[in-house]
Design a protein around this ligand. Structure first.
Ligand code: NOJ
Length: 751
C-alpha cells in the first residue's frame, strides 16, 4: 500500500473522515467544467489565474482598484485579489470578471481576517489560552459571517505554526508551543471559518499557514532560517498542519523561511512530497507575500524565471503579490515544456477552490450590504475575551476584589483602545475598543503612570499618590499591540520603557498590587512580578477587553484560561518548551552537581505551560485506566474525577500528559495528549474520561510512524507541572502508525 493510502485508510478508521477526499469529491462535480476551461485557456490566462494581486494595502483596502486595474481584470491577468473588502466594490469587481473577461472566470477575494472582521475578538494566542476549541471555533465563525458579508471568500488564517520562542513576534498569531493543543485549535478554526459547505454562505475559505517551520526561526527572529531535526519537524511542527488538512482547510500557505537551507516556497520534498503526495492534500497552495521572488534573495535562484519554476515544481499554485508567475513563468515554460502539466495542475486547483466556494454557480453569492452594516456582536466578543483570561497568581485570595475596596488603576495600557484590537484588525475601529479604564469608570482612580514605550516618567509621582490613596492597585503593564505581529521580534522581552521603574515605585508603597499583563506574547517578568501577590494575563482581548477583564477582577466571572506557552523567568531562557527530552544529567537544584540548567537562574519557566488558577480549589481523584495493557491497534480509557472543594463555581482545565519512559529514542518528559475545560459548581464532582489509541504514542522514525511495544505513563493534572495522579499501561506490540500522533484527537467525555 502506498503511504498516501495508508494515511487515508487510517484516517477513515479514526472518528472523522479524511476531509481532503471529500474536497476532491466536491470538485469532481466540476471537473468537466474545469477541464473544459483549462483547454480553452492561453498560457497568459493560466498564469493570470495563478496570480494574486494586492487590490490595496493592508491599511488602505481597495486603494489600487482603479480603471487600469479593471482593464487587467478584463484581460484575465489575475485570479485573485488580496487586501480588498466591501460588498459593493467587490460585487462590481466580480461583475467585470464574470461579464467582461473572455472566459468569465470569477475572482477570489482574500484578506487577513485573523481574529474578527468588524467585531475584533481576542488575538489567536489568547483564544488558545481558553483551552477550549469551541472558543476558537466561535471566533472563526463570527469573523467569517462578518467578512462574508463584506464580499470576501478567503482568509489567510489559521496560523498553525508551533511557536516556542516568545521573542518571535508572531507568537501572538498562533496557539502557542504545543502541537496537540495547536492541532485542536487548528481544526476548530477551520471548522468555524468553513462550516460544512463553503458554498452555503456566511463562511470563508481558511488557509493553514505558514507551511512549515516558520515558528522555529533561529533566535526568534521573524523570517530567519529554521533548522529542526526530521523528528521535531514531524512530531512538533507538522502535526497542526496535518490536523488542519484533515479538517478540510481549503488552502495552505507556504512560509517565508528556509528549513535547513531549502526555502519552503521551493521545498518540493515537503510541499509536493509530504503535503500533497503523503497526506493526499487536494486544496489550493498559495505562496506568502512576494516569497517566490524572494527565492532569489535566499540564493537558490538566479533569475525570476528560475524562482518561478522552483516554486511551481515545489507545488505552489498561486503567487501572492510578487508577479513572478505572471511575468516570468512563461519564460521558464519556453525552455522546459515539462512545466506545462504542472501549470495546468495548479490552475485546476485554483478553479476547484472557486468551484468549492460555489462561485461558478453564483459568482455573487458572497457579500450582503445589509448584513455588512450590522452592529458589532459584543456579547460573543465579551464571552470569548472572558474565557481567554488566565489567572497566574493569587496570593492571599487578593482577587476577586472585595466589594467596597478603594481601587487605584494605573498604567497607560489600561486606557489604550488601539491595543485592545491587536495587530491584525481587519475593519475594526479603535473607537470600538472598550478599555479597562472605560469599563471600570468612576469606580476607580485612574493614573496612566507610564506608557509601555518611551522615556517619559513624569506620570510616576501621580501614580504613586493614587496608589497611596487606594486599598488595592490594579497595574496594567506589558506590551501594546505593536510589540507583536509580523516583523515584531524582540531580543529582550521584559518590560519596555519605564515600566519597571513604575512597578518598583508602586511596590515601595506597600499596597497590594494586581498586575494585569497585556500584550501578545508571554513576557519574562520574574523580577518585576516578585512581591506582587496577584497576576492576571489578559493578552489583547478585542473590543470587549475592558468589560471582560472587569468581570474577572470583580468575580462576576471566574478565570478559566491556561497558558498555551510557558512564561520564561528571563529572556535568556527562551525557548523553554515544557516537552523537553530527558538528558543524561537532568537539571538538579543542587549547583554542586553538573546538570542541564543555567547556573544563574532557577530551573524551569516562571509559569508553566498549562498553568492557570481559578477562584476555587479543585481536588483530583486517582487516575484509573481501563486496561493494564492494550494491543498496538487498541484503545484505552483513562478516567479521573475532579471536585470543586471551594465556595464558588470554577472552570477547571483537566490536562492529560503522556510519557514513554523507555523507547528506541529519548522521548519528551511529558507531552499533552488530552484536555478539557469543565465547569464545576461549588461542591460538585465530575468524572472526565479520555479515550486514546495506541497510535497516539507513535514515534517518528525516518520516513514513518512507529508505535513501539512497552510501557506508557499517563499523568493527569492541572498544568504541565501540577500533575495530580499518574498511572501506567503497556502496549503489547510494535507496528507502523498511520499519522502524526498529535494530529489524532483524544475522545473526551465529561459525566
Ligand atoms: C505576510 C504574512 O506572512 C502572511 O501571514 C499574510 O497572510 C500575508 N502577508 C498577506 O497579508
Amino acid at each position: 500500500m502506498k503511504r498516501r493510502d495508508v494515511m487515508k485508510a487510517g484516517a477513515l478508521l479514526a472518528a472523522s473522515a479524511w476531509a481532503p477526499v471529500a474536497v476532491a469529491a466536491q470538485s469532481r462535480d466540476h471537473s468537466a467544467r474545469i477541464k473544459a476551461l483549462i483547454d480553452q485557456m492561453t498560457l497568459a490566462e493560466k498564469l493570470g489565474q495563478m496570480t494574486q494581486i494586492p487590490g490595496g494595502r493592508q491599511k488602505s483596502l481597495n486603494s489600487k482598484l482603479d480603471a487600469a486595474m479593471l482593464d487587467r481584470v478584463r484581460k484575465g491577468e489575475m485570479g485573485s485579489f488580496l487586501h480588498v473588502a466591501g460588498a459593493e466594490p467587490l460585487r462590481e469587481l466580480q461583475r467585470v470578471a464574470v461579464e467582461e473577461s473572455r472566459l468569465k472566470i470569477p475572482l477570489l477575494f482574500a484578506m487577513d481576517v485573523i481574529h474578527g472582521y468588524r467585531t475584533i475578538l481576542p488575538v489567536p494566542l489568547a483564544l488558545a489560552a481558553s483551552w477550549d476549541p469551541a472558543v476558537a471555533e466561535a471566533a472563526a465563525r463570527l469573523a467569517a459571517e462578518e467578512a462574508w458579508a463584506a464580499g470576501l471568500h478567503w482568509t489567510f488564517t489559521p496560523m498553525v505554526d508551533v511557536a516556542r520562542d516568545p521573542r518571535w513576534g508572531r507568537v501572538v498569531e498562533g496557539a502557542g508551543e504545543d502541537p496537540y493543543l495547536g492541532a485542536r485549535m487548528a481544526e476548530a478554526q477551520v471548522k468555524g471559518f468553513q462550516g460544512a459547505d463553503l458554498a452555503k454562505g456566511q463562511r470563508l475559505m481558511a488557509c493553514a499557514k505558514h507551511f512549515v517551520g516558520y515558528g522555529a526561526a533561529i533566535g526568534g527572529r521573524d523570517y530567519d532560517s529554521a533548522d529542526v531535526s526530521d523528528r521535531t519537524l514531524n512530531e512538533v511542527y507538522l502535526p497542526p498542519f496535518h490536523a488542519a488538512a484533515r479538517a478540510g482547510a481549503a488552502s495552505f500557505m507556504t512560509a517565508f523561511n528556509d528549513l535547513g537551507g531549502v526555502p519552503m516556497t521551493a521545498n518540493a520534498a515537503l510541499v509536493r512530497g509530504t503535503l500533497r503526495d503523503n497526506w493526499g492534500y487536494q486544496g489550493l497552495i498559495v505562496s506568502d507575500w512576494n516569497a517566490i521572488k524572494e527565492l532569489i534573495n535566499h540564493g537558490v535562484a538566479e533569475t525570476p524565471a528560475q524562482a518561478a519554476a522552483l516554486a511551481l515544481r515545489a507545488g505552489v499554485d498561486m503567487d501572492m503579490a510578487s508577479g513572478t508567475y505572471s511575468e516570468h513563468l512563461g519564460a521558464a515554460v519556453a525552455v522546459d515544456a515539462g512545466l506545462l502539466p504542472l501549470v495546468d495542475q495548479a490552475v485546476g486547483r485554483i478553479l476547484a477552490a472557486k468551484a468549492r466556494l460555489g462561485l461558478f454557480d453564483d459568482p455573487f453569492g458572497f457579500g450582503d450590504p445589509a448584513h455588512e452594516k450590522a452592529p458589532l456582536n459584543r456579547p460573543v466578543a465579551r464571552d470569548l475575551a472572558r474565557r481567554s483570561i488566565v489567572l497566574l497568581r493569587n496570593e492571599g485570595g487578593l482577587l476577586p476584589l472585595k466589594p467596597g475596596a478603594k481601587v487605584g488603576l494605573i498604567g497607560a495600557l489600561a486606557d489604550d483602545a488601539s491595543s485592545t484590537l491587536g495587530s491584525w484588525r481587519a475593519r475594526g475601529q479603535i473607537e470600538d475598543g472598550v478599555t479597562l479604564r472605560a469599563a471600570l469608570g468612576d469606580t476607580v482612580e485612574y493614573q496612566p503612570g507610564v506608557k509601555p514605550r518611551g522615556s517619559d516618567g513624569s506620570g510616576i509621582p501621580a501614580a504613586i499618590d493614587a496608589a497611596k490613596r487606594a486599598d488595592v492597585v490594579l497595574l496594567a503593564i506589558g506590551e501594546d499591540y505593536d510589540f507583536t505581529g509580523e516583523a515584531r521580534s524582540y531580543a529582550e522581552i521584559g518590560l519596555a520603557g519605564l515600566q519597571i521603574a513604575l512597578v518598583e515605585a508602586l511596590k515601595a508603597t506597600g499596597k497590594p498590587i494586581v498586575a494585569i499583563l497585556m500584550g501578545g506574547r508571554p513576557l519574562a517578568l520574574e523580577k518585576a512580578l516578585t512581591g506582587i501577590p496577584a497576576v492576571l494575563q489578559t493578552w489583547l482581548l478585542g473590543v470587549e477587553s475592558g468589560p471582560a477583564i472587569a468581570e474577572i477582577l470583580t468575580g462576576k466571572a471566574s478565570p478559566g484560561g491556561r497558558l498555551p506557552i510557558g512564561m520564561p523567568r528571563v529572556t535568556g531562557q527562551s525557548p523553554i518548551p515544557y516537552a523537553h527530552l530527558p538528558t543524561g544529567r537532568p537539571a538538579n537544584p543542587d549547583l554542586s552537581v553538573d546538570s542541564a540548567r543555567y547556573r544563574d537562574m532557577d530551573i524551569g519557566p516562571l509559569f508553566a505551560f498549562g498553568h492557570g488558577l481559578g477562584y476555587s480549589e479543585v481536588k483530583y481523584g486517582e487516575l484509573s485506566l481501563s486496561a493494564a495493557e492494550i494491543p498496538v491497534t487498541g484503545t484505552l480509557t483513562a478516567t479521573i474525577s475532579i471536585t470543586n472543594t471551594g465556595k464558588v463555581a470554577v472552570e477547571e482545565v483537566v490536562q492529560l500528559y503522556a510519557n514513554d519512559p523507555v523507547a528506541s529514542v529519548s522521548r519528551p518528559d511529558r507531552e499533552l495528549r488530552g484536555f478539557v475545560r469543565v465547569t464545576l459548581k461549588p461542591g460538585e464532582t465530575r468524572k472526565v474520561s479520555f479515550t486514546l489509541s495506541a497510535a497516539q504514542f507513535g514515534i517518528w522514525q525516518p520516513g514513518k510512524w512507529v508505535v513501539e511495544k512497552g510501557e506508557i505513563k499517563l499523568m493527569a493534572g492541572a498544568s504541565s507541572t501540577d500533575i495530580r495522579s499518574e498511572a501506567g499501561f503497556r502496549i503489547t506490540g510494535t507496528a507502523a502508525g498511520d499519522m502524526p500522533a498529535t494530529s489524532i484527537a483524544t475522545r473526551v467525555r465529561v459525566a
